[in-house]
Write a protein that binds this ligand. Sequence first.
Ligand code: ASP
Length: 320
Amino acid sequence: MKKKILLIHTGGTISMQTQEDSGDVTTSEQNPVRFQSERLSDFADIREEEIFNLPSPHITPAEMFSIRQLILSYRRTEKIDGAVVTHGTDTLEETAYFLDLTIKEDFPVVLTGAMRTSNEIGSDGAYNLMAAVRVAADDAAKGKGVLVVLNDEIHTAQNVTKTHSSNVSTFQSPQYGPIGIVTKRAIHFHHSPLKREYFDIDSIGKKALLLKVFAGMEGDIVDAAASLDYDGIVLEGLGQGNVPPALLPAIRRTMDKGIPVVLVSRCFNGIAQAVYAYPGGGRMLTDEGVIVAHGLSGQKARLKLLIGLCNGSDINRIFS
Ligand code: ASP
């Protein structure tokens, strides 16, 4: 029997068109990837929803939460076997990771998008959508967490990132690679994530900030953030997780206010860890209470911190 797949459209280039005269890319009144269920019916029995039609820089954790709620409500009421979400590629990895952390059941949830609009030559939207539906309908996709499918590759939500501003092969998982591929005849998985995490949340009532550390950075911006109503801060540190010593007093003041400070590396390969014991080094920071998020990018660590805060988790524990 064909799998029942919920297809949710949220907007992005996959739903946009290029204007012939100006070359500008604009949102279409009529989403070009809607109403393709007949085309997709070879692979699945499709239920379709257009929850919104937003460029993905307009997506916030509130929209991510609405997508999660819609998926869970269809799972409960219509017993869907999986879900596919079409999404703008700029923040696709963040929505994917948000859903990965907040959906417990192991049915497939697959995000896809496009780098070329629906009326451009070589448009990749319809193709990526078909590939995503095929993956969501495949038994082997179960239990692998939320997946991202574009350009015939299958990536985990945790590791995938947009690496190129315009190339169709933009989605990569630095250091790890894709966990599977889509071919004309089949879906092939060659890896499986070792562990999954789940946080139950019922609203987005907290704020978390991400700051990129740079040579010569001073503590004023950290103090400013701590004086606003942020509940947690992620620092994308240098190398293995080090910061200029000028940040130290501000980091201490922030933690004294009970605001957790989480450290990741701004390198896109490798992890932050407590190694360097000089002032501002990772060893010193962790000794003082800064929490290291191993192997997550800044934007993913910030989402995990936000979700952990919303769930009332012990922030030290969720990053251990
Ligand atoms: N700026 C677009 C968006 O994220 C890019 C895309 O969808 O590929 O909505």
